[in-house]
Design a protein around this ligand. Sequence first.
Ligand code: VGL
Ligand code: ZN
Length: 209
Amino acid sequence: MKALILVDIQNDFIPAAPGKPEGALAVPGGNEVIEVANRLLPQYEFVVATQDWHPAEHKSFASQHPGRSVGEVVDLAGLDQVLWPDHCVQGTKGAELCDELNLSGVHEVVRKGTDADIDSYSGFFDNGHRKATGLEDLLKQHDVDEVHVMGLATDYCVKFTALDAVQLGFKTTLITDGCRGVDLQPSDCDRAVEAMRQTGVRIMTNITT
Ligand code: VGL
Ligand code: ZN
């Protein structure tokens, strides 16, 4: 079976709009993926949304590293860690999946990044591949052998979710028009798509399934 994975379509990744505050880690054009998701999700028998879900003192937050600022890289659990603004804090409005997302078409939500001491870009594992989130088991329970991946952000959580999906043996497609990225460095998103392609992710735009 084929599943759609919606990566981190949460308020904190969405730019300001009339009547809506800017998300804490707003991804340029992030709002534009919502209509793509809503158009596609009725076409899948199984839809999973991932949710970045950090404790308030998460070590990926620059605020937890005195003297450091957003965008700097530190060592965390032996891994390079980009420091982010506080975002997707458990229980906050910013951590909620976007209101405009048609949640009635989402069958399961998988939370990640819950351990304060390690980040989790992938929907499957933390960045050290130490603990699984349960997404792989969930997909296998539903006899999923193929996943289509879209959401935020192309160069972080979408990328690592798609790479892990391939590594776990799922036939994996990236829906590029359903993704937007951070581009902390110019072309990060282009490089992320290329890395996915080279690993075996099928790259598709304007998918109609
Ligand atoms: C993400 C940075 C930090 C993402 C999550 O969803 O791509 N990026 N946390
Ligand atoms: Zn995060």
